[in-house]
Design a binder for this molecule. Structure first.
Ligand code: SF4
Ligand code: SF4
Length: 395
């Protein structure tokens, strides 16, 4: 048996002897994708983890791995961590199989690679700086607007239209339509590039539904059943619960804003609304979820063991979660203190933070939801075509 090596381990830098020709290591775009190819080839021979999530069955549908396959599998991974603690070939074994960290690095790589416009992809690596600059710039812009309108941030405004006495309605609508339109367009183009590279075809409605169910329940963040693994081999659902609070909190806040826009645009029912109003209830419940969820995720990150995450993405994750907390805290504070003289100041800070959130969204961790959904749709389509179930061998 010839000692032909794979690409070598990106972690240890040492060549890994597989004892057979490495037929699929050549021609990748980077050492990271070559390393992923090496791991997938080992996993496909081992198959011990195929009941843990959708990634391993998707691997098994392939004999060789293109860069597109690697990008697809990286975003299908939910980073539950189970395959590190379950792996008999993890360090100190010579095979040095560390799937979660490798896929986490690849995810960041794909988000930067497919970003639109391409030069802004670098913002993923300087995320904390980019988010801070966006917040400060937005704050200066809104302060300039306030200065042009009435010039004071400490003043009591009440009754319908109170918010618009601080910043005019047309200014808010115009700025937010531009920011959110840019975010949707940039993320849409990025996802289209990704979709083409992973070889995604035309999905059916059932593919979209199945992927939506998986994404909405975080089906694959449970390590095959017992939960997410952190700094020991005792899994739990803590991260899943905090992620749900974050995602559904955000969805409720979005629903509140959309409802308010419809009421104002179509029915001339102008904010602020009374405390029992659906807009306020949705915004309050969502805002509380959007405070607890990200803070819980921040705390949970401290418990994650080496080999589970990408150390290079830590500041991006902190910036994103910090921005979410800032959005919800400033929103709730504006709501609670809207009848006081502090309302103009709080409103301006909230508007600036939300504007910065939308403008930077295509270059923050916000994109992970879109990429994961696309990967889940592709997985559902592959399973439909191949009549495969991700956990078929355990069912
Ligand atoms: S992660 Fe390890 S145990 Fe799991 S399939 Fe791959 S090589 Fe096997
Ligand atoms: S970390 Fe979890 S979701 Fe990702 S490949 Fe491993 S078992 Fe699957």
């Amino acid at each position: 048996m010839s000692e032909v090596t794979g690409s070598g381990s990106a972690r240890s830098g040492q060549p890994v002897v597989l004892g057979r020709p490495a037929v699929s290591g050549a021609g990748h775009r980077s050492p990271l994708t070559t390393e992923a190819d090496r791991l997938f080839t080992i996993c496909n021979a081992c198959r011990y983890c195929e009941g843990l999530c959708a990634v391993f069955p998707a691997m098994e549908r392939r004999r060789l791995f293109t860069d597109g396959d690697v990008d697809f599998l990286a975003n299908l991974c939910h980073n539950c961590g189970a395959c590190l603690f379950d792996c008999q070939y993890a360090p100190p074994h010579d095979f040095d199989v560390v799937v979660p960290e490798t896929l986490a690095k690849l995810r960041s790589d794909t988000w930067e690679r497919y970003a639109w416009p391409a030069p802004l992809g670098h913002l993923f690596r300087a995320n904390a700086v980019a988010v801070s600059v966006a917040v400060v710039a937005a704050l200066i812009g809104f302060l300039a607007v306030v200065g042009a309108v009435n010039g004071t941030l400490i003043e009591r405004h009440t009754g319908p239209g109170a918010f618009y006495q601080v910043v005019p309605h047309g200014t808010i609508v115009g700025l937010y339509l531009a920011a959110s339109g840019f975010a949707v367009a940039a993320m849409g183009i990025s996802i289209r590039r990704y979709w083409r590279t992973i070889g995604g075809g035309r999905p059916t409605l059932s593919d979209l539904r199945r992927a939506g169910r998986s994404a909405g329940t975080l089906e694959y963040l449970d390590g095959g059943g017992p939960g997410c693994v952190n700094d020991d081999d005792t899994p739990d659902d803590t991260r899943k619960r905090y992620h749900h609070l974050t995602f559904y909190g955000f969805a409720l806040c979005l629903a509140a804003t959309t409802l308010a826009a419809i009421l104002e645009g179509a029915f001339d029912r102008v904010a602020p609304y009374p405390v029992w109003h659906p807009v306020v209830v949705l915004g309050t419940v969502g805002g509380i979820g959007l405070v607890i969820g990200p803070i819980g995720l921040l705390a949970a990150k401290r418990r994650r063991a080496d080999g589970l995450t990408d150390p290079g993405s830590r500041s991006m994750e902190l910036a994103f979660l910090g921005l979410l907390v800032a959005v919800s805290v400033t929103g709730l504070a504006t709501l609670v203190l809207r009848a006081t003289v502090l309302m103009p100041l709080l409103l301006v800070v909230h508007l600036a933070v939300v504007f910065a959130f939308f403008v930077t969204a295509p270059y923050t961790k916000m994109v992970h939801g879109a990429y994961r959904y696309a990967a889940l749709v592709n997985d559902a389509a592959e399973r439909r075509r191949g009549r495969l179930s991700p956990r078929r061998r355990n069912s």
